[in-house]
Design a protein around this ligand. Sequence first.
Ligand code: GLV
Length: 324
Amino acid sequence: MAKPKIYLTHPLQLECMRFLEEHSELEYNRDTRLLESSELAAGIQGKQGLYNLSSVIGAEVMDSNPGLKVIANFGVGYNHIDVAAATARGIAVTNTPGVLTNTTADIAWVLLMDVARRVSEGDRWVRARNWVDWHPNLFIGADITGATLGLVGLGRIGKAVLRRAKGFDMKVLYWNRTRLSKADEAELGIQYADQDALYRQSDFVSLHVALNEGTRHLMGERQLSLMKPTAFLINTTRGPVVDEKALVKALQEKRIAGAGLDVFEREPNLESELYEMENVVIPPHIGSATVGTRLKMGMMAARNCIAGCLGERPPNIVNPEIYD
Ligand code: GLV
């Protein structure tokens, strides 16, 4: 049987490249930039599979090759792919759920602890040769142990963040589209709160909702104004869940104490004020970036892509209705 033809938008780890090269006729873009629609369209000519990292894929890309069968996304979030358009054309869209849950929950904690205890800020200060003496008020931060954590969204990653909070004796509030049963709440040791109450009471608000039209700018000026001036916002989901301009304003006016952000509204560009603020921690969207997790994501997306090319139902399909 002829091997499926796949276009890959970025180079991957060696093991994934070998796997793809063994099981497909692979063509790939050699650099790491996001590709324009015209480049994607050129890349997928004659291919059944598109293996995509984060490039935006709209209907025009899909229409450039009626033979395209699958768009395999490297990542759990797929808001950059027009899934409705893919479904309408019978193209499978897949993602990589589950394998990055713990790694992403870890980064939420890294951000929470870093911004609360001012580690990156202190690191910058030491490197700038500012440290001449030690005194009791040096880089005073906020307590984590015993504080109240508000989880907005309690899916896989939200629950993994919750498990870690237990080690810090935190009171945990949550809001989720569907509320858990009383028994589950009791077992997990968490309290349901509506969003406004959660913002008012939490010392740390951590966002774990997927990005969709209902959650775009979920955290806006009004919500930020409800937070305590001593509270921190943590975002590891998708940038547009937060109104970044409103966040900058809240930080400038000291209406909240700080933010730990792995994701931004217009990556790789940030609201310019954020670059200058000491009380924000801003890594470059590295939530799932560990050797082991990236390998699992890479292999999962590769298997999804190959299955989709062969006309099999991929294991991690996000639009299963195409098979109805
Ligand atoms: C990363 O951001 C992902 O969606 O997996």
